[in-house]
Design a protein around this ligand. Sequence first.
Ligand SMILES: [Zn+2]
Length: 316
Amino acid sequence: MVLKKILLATAQVVFLAAFVSAAEPAAAKPAINLDERRAFGYLEAICKLGRRPSESEGMTKQQDLLVEHFTRLRADVRKQEFNTAHPKTGVPVRMTNLIMSWHPQAKERVLLCCHYDTRPFPDRDQFRPKGIFLGANDGGSGVALFMEMGHSMAAIQPTFGVDMVFFDGEEFIFQRDGGKFFLGSEYFAQQYRDRPPPYRYVCGVLVDMIGDKNLAIPVEPLSLKFAPKVVRSVWDTARALGVKEFSTKSHPTDINDDHVPLNEIAKIPTADLIDFDYPHWHTTKDTPQQCSGASLVKVSRVLLTWLQQVPEDVGR
Ligand SMILES: [Zn+2]
């Protein structure tokens, strides 16, 4: 009798649910909310701050802008700070990684990351190697991408918790060749290894130079070596969405980037999405005009979709 009553109640609920879902779709809010003009507007706003090397005035303004943006979108905002010696003068330089967390209670997390400092000088510029380097694609594009993705993060249902991390000091470099790269990601990886947090990163995706208006993202060989399941699942998602900018070709050489310390020190399997075929790299011509909102939205759509279907065994 009791059982029957429960069955009856269940049947009613099922009926109601069917009714509601039939009436609902027109009013349902799409979880993924992307806008090419808004995304490009973020890139322009970041570049309007001027050059943004570590500890510069532009970098401080950028930090304020990001803290404000992500707080408004209800992310959990943290700063990870440390000092490093200036490579030319030896004086201490304050470095700041910014961490924006979504679903902060989740103990298993995906790391999305980019660098947000810009190279101090456009030293590959033929005419103005000491000119102003805006770094729209190299430094700005990852930031604009995450700002745009932020509008969808509270609404989607990711498989794992998500942290967006902005690394400082990716290229605090004052010479044409050599120098110490990846200061922020290396510190982040060492801290994760030496003072393990109460959560675990199952995997990571780094983005770098993904705003090019002629976008083509080949498979980066080190990513395939360190994080094959991450690469495969991201590229499968892109193929299913018809985003052809994710090329199945491999980049001809390994690319040393912030994902290396994450893989080698923190042991977080991390793939790098990078379009290194960019003629304006490290020149004064790396400006918003060379980038597009369409490219930012394509990569955003792939990552937002992927976050909702990350394979359980992605890191194994
Ligand atoms: Zn660079």
